[in-house]
Design a protein around this ligand. Structure first.
Ligand SMILES: Nc1nc2c(ncn2[C@@H]2O[C@H](COP(=O)(O)OP(=O)(O)OP(=O)(O)O)[C@@H](O)[C@H]2O)c(=O)[nH]1
Ligand SMILES: [Mg+2]
Length: 234
């Protein structure tokens, strides 16, 4: 029997899709797996996300929902990691823009001994706007030059982590998305087994992030992290 796992989805103002996409995901997972949970973690949402998230939790035993007042995906990730019941945590986006075959492949790789599976849109196939692809490529290039790590995807979705590994780093996670690159960096430096695999992604909807703020935040944090590692490597 497959070992159980937790799916963690951060949600921000996703009232339009949270119910339908959670049901799609539940159907998909129920075909192959018996024991899993889907944690939907909202923060800052001001639309019907909270009501719909609570409703999903009441209707489906596998769904857990929480809401934190302050916005910031890192805060939701941190809380989700702490409350997850299982040792394998897969992060997805609510728009299910990554092909769900990733779940199956990631779990198999975890069974064969990996600690982190990184889904890479660049290695796979992506339908995203040119602007977003260029932004990601620039970030990946800078990360490689500064930190000497060569993953091709630092977005929050399509990653699978061993929870015990995340718990070692969880206190360092800030409010934003930088936890992905920081965890991948530290896990690879500390001898964990990481693997990157291609994923398909179709994501043409407007981002829930403010792209300018997100860009400034990500690059600033990358330089801060690089400087911190240079002065005080971990
Ligand atoms: N909890 C929480 N979730 C958020 C927040 N901001 C965005 N999200 C969620 O994060 C997920 C990713 O958001 P998207 O808008 O799809 O991100 P994207 O721009 O496509 O991201 P990339 O894959 O990096 O291009 C979605 O499930 C959002 O609802 C936030 O502040 N808090
Ligand atoms: Mg998206």
């Amino acid at each position: 029997m497959t070992k159980p796992f937790s799916i963690l989805i951060p949600v921000y103002n996703e009232a339009e899709i949270i119910t339908e996409n959670t049901e799609v995901l539940l159907d998909y997972l129920s075909q192959d797996y018996e024991r899993f949970e889907i944690i939907l973690g909202s923060n800052g949402s001001v639309d019907g996300t909270i009501m719909k998230g609570n409703d999903l939790e009441n209707r489906f035993s596998q769904v857990r929902f929480f809401h934190i007042h302050r916005k910031g995906v890192g805060r939701a990730f941190k809380r989700g990691v702490r409350m997850a019941k299982y040792d394998r945590i897969i992060s997805l986006d609510m728009d299910l823009s990554i092909d769900m075959g990733f779940i199956h492949r990631a779990l198999e790789l975890m069974d064969s001994g990996y600690d982190v599976v990184v889904g890479s849109k660049k290695m796979g196939h992506q339908r995203r706007t040119m602007f977003r692809r260029l932004g990601s490529s620039l970030f990946i290039f800078c990360a490689r030059r500064l930190l000497d790590i060569s993953f091709e995807d630092y977005s929050i979705a399509a990653k699978c982590y061993r929870r015990s590994l995340l718990l070692q780093y969880v206190d360092r996670i800030d409010h934003g998305t930088s936890y992905v690159i920081e965890i991948l960096y530290m896990a690879s430096r500390n001898g964990m087994k990481l693997i990157e695999i291609p994923v398909r992604c179709e994501d043409l909807r407007a981002s829930k992030f403010n792209i300018i703020h997100e860009g400034v935040y990500r690059f600033t944090n990358l330089f801060r992290f690089w400087y911190g590692q240079k002065c005080n490597p971990r």
